[in-house]
Structures are given as C-alpha cells and as structure tokens.
Write a protein that binds this ligand. Structure first.
Ligand SMILES: [Zn+2]
Length: 194
C-alpha cells in the first residue's frame, strides 16, 4: 500500500497538471501517515485551487498520486485525507469543468447528497455530509483518486468549450465539441509545450 511520506509532500508550491498527464489516470495510494509536510502540501493545494478559481482539487492533479483532496464549494475550505463516499442519495445533473481540462465543460449526473468519511489535516476521523455543489465537487475530486475524470461520466452531447469570450449581449460563448476533438486539442497542446 502506501506512501505516507514522500519527498513531494515537502513542496510549498504545486503546479496543476493537465490532461493527458499519465498521473491523472492512476489510482492514488492511501496516505499512511499525516505529518506537518502533509499539512503544508494540503495548504499548497488549496492555494493552487484558489489561484485557478476552482472549487476542488485532488493530489493527482498536482502530480502526487496520494488520496488527498481539498474542496471549497461553500466558503469553507475542507481538506480531506483518504476520503470515501459512504452514502449517496438522489440525483442532480449539472455542468462541470476541471482544472486539469481547462475551458472544457459538460453535463454530469451525480448523487444530490453524499456522506463522506475520511481524515482531516490533523489526522482526526471526520464524517461529513452535504448536497448540491458541495456534493458534486466531492464526487468529482474523489473520482480523481480513482484515475477518473468528469469526461468519463459527462453526456458526450453536452461538451462545450467556454473560453471566456462573450457575445454582443455579454453572454459567455459556448462552442460545442466532441470528446474526441477535445482530447486532441489537449494532446496537441502538450506536444507544443514539450
Ligand atoms: Zn477535476
């Protein structure tokens, strides 16, 4: 199993990796020990999430294949270690994006309400429950720990690029795309950067 302690945890700054970084498709390992380095790493993840205006971020998204997430979907930062969904209720369908798939959005059906068990940054066992956007963000981030991305669950017909460009009335422009075309765009960007 596990790596509770690794060199990367000592990093004070982290960089968000984008698809097709292979770490995004790996199943993350259980965290065995929660140390001051773990807390520093979670704080660095939260900084990176806020810098990119995200509501959640998972450790694999910054290249660390360990079961840790941060979520702030209700003005309260929630770092979680080894989180597990223990109950789900109802459904909701709504638009999702991902900091590792910038500018791509799609509709995903999720449970409306979830109950989650895990450990906080002090190593204390916690049970949390919530609904709506909070529940959606938790499900999205915990999927990352299994190597899953929102595009695996999105309605393929709902995928759009939202680049921030607006029409004459000030509405955000959405450009429909297929999953295949979208993935090609990310793969090409990687080639250009390499
Ligand atoms: Zn994501």
């Amino acid at each position: 199993m596990a790596v509770g302690h690794c060199k990367m945890l000592a990093m004070q700054r982290v960089t968000i990796m984008t698809y097709p970084a292979p770490v995004l498709r790996k199943k993350a390992l259980t965290v065995e020990r929660i140390t001051p380095e773990t807390r520093a790493f979670l704080a660095a993840m939260a900084d990176a999430m806020y810098d990119d205006n995200g509501v959640g971020l998972a450790a694999p998204q910054v290249g660390v294949s360990l079961r840790m997430i941060v979520v702030d979907a209700d003005d309260r930062l929630q770092p979680l270690i080894n989180p597990q969904i223990v109950a789900r209720e109802g459904t909701q369908t709504g638009t999702e994006g991902c900091l590792s798939l910038p500018k791509l959005y799609g509709k995903v059906t999720r449970a409306m309400r979830v109950e989650i068990r895990g450990f906080n940054e002090r190593g204390k066992p916690v049970t949390l429950s919530g609904e709506g956007l909070w529940a959606r963000a938790m499900q999205h981030e915990i999927d990352h720990l299994e190597g899953q991305l929102f595009i695996d669950h999105a309605d393929p017909a709902s995928l759009v690029w939202i680049t921030g460009d607006k029409d004459e009335d000030g509405n955000l422009l959405e450009r429909p795309t297929t999953l295949e075309d979208a993935l090609h765009v990310f793969e090409r960007q990687t080639l250009v950067r390499a």
